[in-house]
Ligand binder design. Structure first.
Ligand code: GAP
Length: 436
């Protein structure tokens, strides 16, 4: 994990937020290549949910919803972690994670392990961030930053049913930021205070719930493999009864073998009719489906695949991180699939003279209309290759003396290191084909 974190910092993918002020707990910023990688993940998710299906529609709901929504959803009463305080070191710990945490005074010990530790009884601590609406804090309305995007979907079930002319089974998908006041140390971007979720609520006739639960478990596993993640490092793990969330009758996690061990990448839950029933009760609106053909009226059950953008990015980075040796020198390389790579091709003039830069820029300007392309003329060619290898660019084009004679370039493959001579006229087709 340390090597992945160092690479992300060095190449400007992801780095600690507010660093000039000493950082802020469990919060990270994404730089140029990190943004491109993240957008590729989100794009692939939308493609799988919307473009490749005809039973899911998109939504972008507000982060701050009516506070009653969180009463109805159970988050206000039940979205808590048990915390203990140590009266000796003054630190606060998650009571159910003590074995993973370090004592405030003795880093090699866990809290409660030394005779000096003086832990309080566990108390429940709500994970929702609170703020208020209005110019004056006192008397303002207390509201919450959403801890999951899912509730915005349930609140829009009726509206969507009406305008989208759908009948169950159908889904509503959304991507957006969620916020949780997490206390546990984060393991880089694995657990952060703010994070993007990719959630889809799939509304089904109650009798079909189990069948769709099975469908989404398989579909989601296949999706991660389609991003290029090694199937050997992916698994499905069903929750034990005592792990289930308050709304769930069955949940399975897609887990990835991160450097910290097998951990949750996505949760797939059978939420039953819990959410629609609760929001109907609290809002007074009928949230059900009436089938005009059969005269049947029912509250749909919900199957929810809920993924995290950051955790997917972290899985991709850990999976792609590799080191090998070229000509006796160690090379760090991100073996990202071309579809996920932030930059698809780099165009590099061999020299900064003799017409190489001008020719390379023409090729670059042509290619960038088709795929994300980078032009780089700074430094020795070997160092420029290494830079591209470290951000996972699958292809590099080099313009050299021969280019000016016969209008061909070398096309270098990041993984095989093979270099082929390719006519400039064929580059757009070759590069788009190879990075699809
Ligand atoms: N609507 C259901 C729900 O939110 P969850 O298992 O709590 O379920 C879904 O969250 C996904 O969101 C997780 O599998 C994970 O990928 C991501 N996630 C949750 N909390 C996170 C955090 N603090 N930091 C980063 N990602 C998080």
């Amino acid at each position: 994990m340390d090597e992945v974190v160092a690479l992300c910092k060095r190449r400007g993918l992801i780095f600690p937020a507010s660093e000039i002020y000493g950082g802020i707990a469990n919060t990270y910023d994404y730089g140029h290549y990190g943004v491109l990688l993240k957008n590729n993940v989100i794009g692939a998710w939308w493609k799988a949910m919307i473009q490749e299906r005809d039973d899911v529609v998109a939504l972008d709901s507000a982060i701050i919803q009516h506070p009653r929504a969180w009463e109805a959803s159970g988050h206000l009463a039940g979205f808590t972690d048990p915390l203990v305080d140590c009266k000796t070191c003054g630190k606060r710990f998650r009571a159910d994670h003590l074995q993973e945490l370090e004592c405030g005074r003795k880093p090699s010990k866990h809290p409660g392990e030394t005779p000096e530790c003086d832990l309080t009884e566990a108390r429940d601590f709500n994970l929702m961030f609170e703020t208020s609406i209005g110019p004056i804090r006192e008397g303002g309305q207390t509201v919450y930053l959403r801890p999951e995007t899912a509730q915005g979907i349930f609140l829009n079930f009726k509206t969507t049913l009406q305008y989208a002319r759908r009948k169950p089974p159908f889904g509503i998908a959304q991507v957006g930021k969620s916020f949780r006041n997490e206390i546990t140390p984060g393991n880089f971007i694995f657990r952060t205070l703010e994070f993007e979720q990719m959630e889809m609520e799939f509304f089904v006739p109650p009798a079909e719930a189990e069948q769709w639960y099975q469908h989404w478990m398989q579909a989601r596993m296949d999706w991660y493999a389609s991003l290029g993640i090694d199937r050997e490092r992916l698994r499905l793990r069903a929750h034990d009864a005592d792990e289930l969330s308050h709304y769930s009758s069955a949940t399975s996690d897609v887990e990835y073998l991160y450097p910290i061990g097998w951990s949750e990448l996505e949760g797939i839950a059978n939420r039953g009719d819990f959410d629609l029933t609760q929001h109907a009760k609290f809002s007074g609106e009928k949230l059900e489906y009436f089938d005009q053909a059969t005269g049947e009226r029912y509250v749909p059950h919900v199957i929810e695949p809920a993924a995290g953008v950051g955790r997917t990015v972290l899985a991709l980075l850990c999976d792609a991180y590799d080191q090998d040796e070229i000509g006796g020198e160690q090379r760090t390389v991100l073996r990202l699939s071309p579809a996920m790579a932030p930059v698809k091709v780099a165009v590099l003039p061999l020299l900064r003279k003799d017409g190489h830069p001008e020719k390379a820029r023409t090729i670059y300007e042509d290619l960038r209309r088709h795929v994300n392309t980078e032009y780089d003329e700074g430094g020795a060619i070997g160092r420029r290759y290494r830079r591209q290898d470290e951000i996972g660019t699958p292809l590099a084009i080099t313009v050299d003396h021969q280019t000016l004679e016969d209008d061909t370039v070398t096309l270098r493959d990041r993984d095989t290191l093979e270099q082929q001579r390719v006519p400039v006229a064929e580059l757009v087709d070759r590069v788009t084909e190879l990075t699809r």
